[in-house]
Design a protein around this ligand. Structure first.
Ligand code: SF4
Length: 222
């Protein structure tokens, strides 16, 4: 009884949600899969090339309860749930930001998993790791280094390449992640014409890495 009561109370916890939408995951290991994105407000990194600067101020976004967030996700992804469940595949939910780990995510991820979702996060890892995750995509940023717990738990390391010096920086983190962690290099969008050929050459010489392309930007989905 106590557990049930606390779960009901916990689902009233509020989180700032900038936007949520059902689309395809465009990047990294799960590229091409249907995915429901929940973009939480708040970021303390200030990357110069950030393309979602409007996410930075957590107070600029409506606060929704965990219950509201999960209900909305369930409603907006319900079309194929039956087929997914018969195949034992759960819909993918990607928690992103902003920097989602600025928030304590245990309650949200517990509720999402209880509702049948597979929980993924895209994070810089620079704040304390919380939440229950089926997949952690660590995308370290130079402006605030990732913490050790996120590095150790990462299923995927995705390094954005801005210039040729970033390969060396990528290797610093590749040396620290666990041996099963997938390694991706992704061109910074505005520099892609210059750095994509460099990434291709690098991967050909360092075959532990793979290319991540922002497919969603080519097919014009969010
Ligand atoms: Fe933008 Fe992400 Fe960097 Fe935050 S961590 S400034 S949201 S790119």
């Amino acid at each position: 009884m106590e557990n049930n009561s606390s779960q009901i109370i916990n689902q009233q916890t509020l989180l700032p949600v900038m936007e949520s939408f059902y689309t395809l995951q465009g990047e990294g290991f799960h590229a091409g899969r249907a995915a429901y994105f929940i973009r939480l407000g708040g970021c303390d990194l200030g990357c110069v090339w950030c393309d979602v600067k409007e996410s930075w101020d957590a107070n600029a976004h409506p606060k929704l309860s965990v219950q509201q967030i999960v209900e909305k996700a369930t409603e907006e992804t319900s079309v194929n749930n039956f087929k997914l469940s018969t195949l034992n595949l759960k819909p993918l939910v990607v928690i992103t930001g902003g920097e989602p780990l600025l928030h304590q995510l245990d309650e949200l991820t517990t509720a999402l998993q209880q509702a049948g979702f597979e929980t993924n996060i895209e994070t810089s890892g620079s704040s304390k790791l919380s939440g229950h995750w089926n997949w952690i995509c660590l995308s370290p940023k130079k402006f605030k280094a990732p913490l050790q717990d996120a590095i150790a738990a990462a299923n995927e390391l995705k390094v954005v390449i801005f210039n040729k010096h970033d390969f060396e920086w990528a290797e610093i983190y590749a040396a620290q992640v666990n041996k099963n962690c997938k390694l991706y290099l992704q061109a910074e969008w505005d520099k892609k014409e210059i750095v994509t050929p460099l990434i291709i050459d690098y991967i050909k010489a360092n075959t532990q890495w793979e290319l991540s392309v922002q497919i969603h930007k080519y097919i014009n989905v969010p």
